[in-house]
Design a protein around this ligand. Sequence first.
Ligand SMILES: O=P(O)(O)OC[C@H]1O[C@H](O[C@H]2O[C@H](CO)[C@@H](O)[C@H](O)[C@H]2O)[C@H](O)[C@@H](O)[C@@H]1O
Ligand SMILES: O=c1ccn([C@@H]2O[C@H](COP(=O)(O)OP(=O)(O)O)[C@@H](O)[C@H]2O)c(=O)[nH]1
Length: 470
Amino acid sequence: MSRLVCVSNRISLPRKSAAPGGLAVGVLSALKRTGGLWFGWGGDTIGHEPGDPDQLIRDGVTYATIDLRTRDFELYYNGYSNQMLWPLFHYFLRGMRYSVEERDAYESVNRLFAQKLLPLLQERDLIWVHDYHLIPLGRQLREAGVRRPLGFFLHIPFPNIEMLRVLPTYAELLRDLTHYDVVGFQTQNDLKAFYSGIEHLFGAEAIRSDGRIRVGDRVLRADVFPIGVDVASVQNEAVEAMSSDVVRRMYDSLMGRHLMVGVDRLDYSKGLPERFSAYQHFLETYPENSGRITYLQIAPLSRSDVKAYVEIRQALEQAAGRTNGRFADTDWTPIRYLNRNFPHSTLMGLLRSAHVGIVTPLRDGMNLVAKEFVAAQNADDPGVLVLSTLAGAARELNSALLVNPYDSRAVGHAIQAALSMPLPERRERHAAMLQTLKRNDIASWSRRFVEALEKADGTDTRVRAIGNGS
Ligand SMILES: O=P(O)(O)OC[C@H]1O[C@H](O[C@H]2O[C@H](CO)[C@@H](O)[C@H](O)[C@H]2O)[C@H](O)[C@@H](O)[C@@H]1O
Ligand SMILES: O=c1ccn([C@@H]2O[C@H](COP(=O)(O)OP(=O)(O)O)[C@@H](O)[C@H]2O)c(=O)[nH]1
């Protein structure tokens, strides 16, 4: 029997409320199914010298955390990961900057992760590395002698070679990815973009007719593994949260108005200023909605030390203030804008209470909130999802009202269409999306990826599954 080892920059410890990020939600669900080890940065402390990992065991999952030095946090996390790779991979060249010092810190923090992880590894482990912070980790582990199957999953979009080439070290990045046995992406588009890079660097002959990639004596599998949600658990959370104090108070405060909800980390890729403009456009074009709709935007702060995130925060405060200043009445506030995070279960209740779920990122790897909105609905009287075509989730949720997030007029129209959609159409769209979500849920995401890793191993290494989840 093998053990699953997940590695990610940030991990979500069970004693804390879940970190507001899809990666943490997804990895935790995967590990709860199979058991295993989750290794990474504890997520909220910096400044300590990284020693031996702290370990905590809960329900078959071992959480092993290390600290990050302040300088590493600055250069590796705020710098290279979030001011170079994040904007580049989301096609925002404007917010991007390259620094050799940050690139070196990225490399050395990956080496630190490899060094601290190595003593925890066991003979039959399957190792699954997550996301852009840790691309070089596979090579580092190979250099340290690890021969076990190594998988990598990218939670964010992968840029086409014409965009990737902007990165001075794009060739190293592509080469690093070839040290894994399985490389997974959210969508077919991301996979195609990866192939464009492989072809550019190694020639078309590196891509075999079965889609596998051959580089030197290594053959790897690249494929699409769209992350999903635990539909039953979201539904249960949502139903239970409806009677919680927070959701009831919010519901009562609506006084019968329609509710539109958005939930996004405060990140420029989520398209919040454009969404606020679209809402303003909607209020101007359809004035009959004045006083009859409340837009609740939950936007927990994220990466607050990075300049672009400070700027977006200021811009949004002003935009929300402008809309409320212009349209509010003595008994009505058009936008309720909250910079705080909520427990996952409470959020599911808020999503269930909404007539409209608004998810309009300018670019997003997947967007789990879009999937959770659908899963949380009452199937007899479901709300309507307005979804950006530029979110990975749009590939599967094609019965949502799909919009271009830059087109504020179209988004405004979609909000109006959502509010006036007849019940039979709402049910039909919701049923189609729910079926897709059930077919491709979080368990099938992790099962498919782990099976691909097992095949890479070639021996009987099947991962132990806890309970009867799989
Ligand atoms: O850890 P942070 O810097 O606070 O950021 C939170 C996470 O954001 C990103 O999430 C991505 O993964 C989701 C699940 O696959 C996906 O739905 C979403 O589109 C992505 O943006 C980031 O990729 C994670 O590494 C962060 O932990
Ligand atoms: O206050 C919050 C805000 C978000 N989330 C969760 O964080 C995840 C966000 O994932 P998504 O893929 O939508 O975006 P990301 O933040 O990872 O880019 C979803 O599961 C949300 O339900 C949460 O639990 N509490």
